[in-house]
Design a binder for this molecule. Sequence first.
Ligand code: URA
Length: 274
Amino acid sequence: MPTTLDPQLKRALADRIRYYNDLGIYDFYRREGSQSSVIFEDSEQVESEERESMAKAKSAAAVSPTEQIVSISPKPESGISDPVQALRMIREDIGDCTRCKLSKQGRKQIVFGVGNPNADLMFIGEAPGADEDIQGEPFVGRAGQLLTNMIKAMGVTREDVYIANIIKCRPPGNRQPERDECETCSPFLMRQIEVVKPKVIVALGAVAAKTLLAVSAPMSELRGRWFDFKGTKLAVTYHPAFLLRDPRQKKETWKDLQMVMKELGMALPSKSVE
Ligand code: URA
């Protein structure tokens, strides 16, 4: 490996790094040798596609022993110990974002995230809806009311936890976020997670779970168990909007939340989600 780079290559690399930084990406992964045989070494024996993607999920969020995170240029918030200030810097870095097509599809404002910047518990939803787009805060509409009740049922308040979404702009007509939108926006969420450093993340619904875990599996296989998300425990439960459509699943959701409360050493109230 040469110790000095050709100036032209150096300039090209610097341009490329600046390009990624503009997209909010600062962590690069250095791979040594062939990592695929290490990360998915058991996958030959796995039969169904879904099982395979579950196996991937176990390791996708974790950095493999053959990978190293390389910080080439520091994130604007690195070295800032005050999480309020660090989150402000991430928000400033996002600016009046035009990185994806949603900026031209009627979104009113960016919905960054809300709550305790030192929260032990972080909820991650899918995307802002109409109410969130108007108010600039995640989960303030009908589904948000239900999430607020779920949080209260756990014996805490919205101000105790941190709430964010996979993407920060409302998709037109409340359609599901598209893959390119999730990929463009999620680096900023990753940085918010790094600042808040929750002990537990709860992914609300399949879009959040699948994006965070890079997995394609039904909710039945995602709920009721722990995942490792870059060293943080992650649980999956139903999205509150789904619970509004099928309130019978609230019982199941309560089981998920109790699993989370147990992990966080929270007292278990007898009340369930209403
Ligand atoms: N649904 C989400 O996933 N997020 C919100 O902020 C509101 C509704």
